[in-house]
Design a protein around this ligand. Structure first.
Ligand SMILES: C[S@@+](CC[C@H](N)C(=O)[O-])C[C@H]1O[C@@H](n2cnc3c(N)ncnc32)[C@H](O)[C@@H]1O
Length: 223
């Protein structure tokens, strides 16, 4: 099975944009994977991860809020990376390291790191029955997460797709490894500066859709 379903590149992306992205100091791909090894040496600052950052709205928001923490982020959609690059330059940020690798490709590089906070905001819902197997959050994903968290880690997941929300809840709670810190179905966390009201949050809110937010942590009793 392919690790990623979706568009990697917009049709109007120019070669010079790709070249400038590839040489950007905060961007890495498999060719610059040694970067991750250097990065893992930075053990003194808390490290966070965002999976599927879109255009980087939540990433920039969190990195400005937690200036002394570092953020690694992945999303294969290159147009999002180009937008994020612009934001990093204009806001002069230096604590975000991002890649166009998909999560499972990145995981091969980072599985010796642990993250304090992991954000997965509005993962693609793949609502059609025949496409559900494309969803990011599945058993394989959950078992990979166990290797990149510590006892203080928190995993933030938001979705406006009720079927995906049910799947997420079941998968995490079936694994005795995780415990819930919060299940919420209102907009509070997005409206009070804990999470950024991203494009997909705003879409859901405009359509008056319920947004399920989960915060999971490691189950200390069972581990
Ligand atoms: C619906 S968008 C949400 C974007 C953003 N988090 C937001 O809230 O606006 C889902 C994003 O996940 C990315 N994505 C899909 N599969 C992924 C994977 N396997 N690894 C990393 N990102 C992925 C897509 O490219 C897309 O940008």
């Amino acid at each position: 099975m392919l690790p990623f379903y979706g568009r990697r590149l917009s049709r109007n992306t120019k070669n010079f944009q790709l070249d400038s992205l590839k040489s950007f100091e905060f961007f890495f791909d498999t060719n610059r994977s040694t970067f991750i090894e250097k990065f893992s040496l930075l053990k003194t600052t808390p490290l966070n991860l965002e999976i599927g950052f879109g255009t980087g709205e939540n990433l920039v928001f969190q990195s400005q809020k937690y200036k002394h923490e570092n953020f690694i982020a992945c999303d294969p959609f290159i147009s999002g990376s180009l937008k994020l690059k612009k934001k990093i330059e204009s806001e002069d940020l230096s604590n975000i390291f991002f890649t166009n690798l998909d999560y499972f490709e990145l995981y091969k590089l980072i599985n010796r790191l642990t993250f304090r906070k992991i954000y997965i905001l509005f993962p693609d819902p793949w609502p059609k029955k025949r496409h559900k197997k494309r969803r990011l959050i599945n058993l394989e994903f959950i078992s990979s997460l166990k290797k990149v968290i510590s006892c203080d880690s928190k995993i933030f997941i938001a979705t406006d797709d009720q079927d995906y929300a049910n799947q997420i809840k079941k998968l995490f709670l079936n694994e005795k490894f995780f415990d819930r810190e919060l299940f919420s179905s209102n907009y509070t966390h997005f409206c009070n500066n804990i999470l950024c009201p991203t494009k997909y949050f705003r879409k859901a809110m405009n359509l008056k859709k319920k947004v399920n937010l989960f915060i999971f942590k490691q189950n200390k009793k069972k581990n």
